[in-house]
Design a protein. Structure first.
Length: 328
């Protein structure tokens, strides 16, 4: 079959693996199995008879460049990040904190310069409920949530000059406890967009453990990413991270430095930075990678961008990782 080359695609392999137990005793495939089969057909359609279209393998991503709070400098800094070697870009269709269109302009410039191709990039953006927006909305505030998600996604595709989003994230649940009707309406609309091929992977951010457990238990498409602010004082979000590992979800940690300024000067971190000939910030990012996180950095400094990407030049021992894990 022409789909044989699709079977090892990370998204489809994950979906099929999750569906085996649920499907083994049934005559009909599980919902996840059906999603996997649909995904295989969708990827084959994108890639044509010659095989899967080359796209970034999420297991090979080591860093995301975060574009929040950069305003008029967004295009310049995003382009700088791409020039330094970042290939994963995080943004949101939330003009209050992001300038998504400027991110798209930077990506277009980088492609036109021959610096990258679209398929070498991992683009992540988000749908944000109205409570997290200012007056510059990417959707009709009076429309149903499903329509708002559709309008926001269409706007993101236009801003980013692309036909697909690699990771589309629900930018936080609409309520503090549990998941409400709006959350499910948004998620189901995201799943539908994924089935159409407009989205590769789905995720959620700013989520509590109980909310994530509920989403995973009832989602028809797998949750591939969780993005949370990560505090050392809260065990580096240990319980959520453990749940992610158990459920094949990639944990993205943001504010690793700004939320943990006191940790950067901790004697343990200072000692490790001296031992490894690096900065305290690099120790934190190396630790994050070693415990399975996909870290975000939002630095506006070119030398810091280079330093962040160079954390793969050294390793922490298991004992050193355990020591940092206990800080807070």
């Amino acid at each position: 079959m022409k789909y044989n080359r699709i079977l090892n695609h990370p998204q489809i392999a994950s979906l099929l693996a999750r569906s085996v137990a649920a499907s083994s005793s049934k005559s009909e495939p599980s919902s996840n199995a059906r999603v996997a089969i649909a995904s295989a057909k969708r990827v084959a359609k994108v890639g044509g008879d010659s095989g899967v279209q080359p796209m970034v393998n999420i297991d090979e991503l080591s860093f995301l460049y975060g574009t929040a709070w950069k305003e008029d400098a967004t295009q310049q800094l995003t382009l700088m990040a791409l020039q330094q070697g970042f290939r994963g870009i995080d943004t949101a269709n939330q003009r209050k904190h992001y300038h998504e269109a400027a991110v798209g302009q930077a990506i277009t410039a980088a492609i036109e310069q021959g610096l990258v191709t679209r398929d070498e990039l991992f683009l992540q953006t988000k749908y944000t409920f109205i409570g997290g927006q200012d007056q510059r909305l990417p959707y009709d505030p009076h429309a149903p949530i499903a329509k708002q998600v559709e309008q926001s996604l269409a706007s993101s595709l236009k801003h980013l000059h692309t036909t697909r989003i690699d990771s589309y994230v629900l930018h936080g649940p609409s309520q503090r406890v549990g998941l409400g009707a709006d959350d499910w309406a948004a998620w189901r609309t995201m799943e539908a967009a994924q089935s159409r091929g407009e989205i590769r992977f789905l995720g959620i951010s700013n989520v509590a453990l109980d909310q994530l457990q509920l989403l995973v238990s009832q989602a028809e498409s797998p949750v591939t990413f969780v993005q949370n602010r990560c505090y050392a004082a809260r065990g580096w979000d240990r319980e959520v991270r453990q749940f992610c590992v158990a459920n094949n979800i990639k944990y993205q940690g943001f504010s690793l430095l700004t939320a943990n300024r006191h940790v950067l000067g901790h004697p343990e971190i200072v000692a490790l930075s001296r031992k490894h000939g690096c900065s305290p910030s690099q120790v934190i990012f190396r630790f994050a990678i070693d415990v399975g996180m996909l870290p975000l950095t939002g630095t506006a400094d070119q030398s810091h961008m280079q330093a962040d990407l160079s954390v793969h030049q050294f390793c922490l021992t298991a004992a050193e990782v355990a020591a940092v894990e206990q800080l807070g």
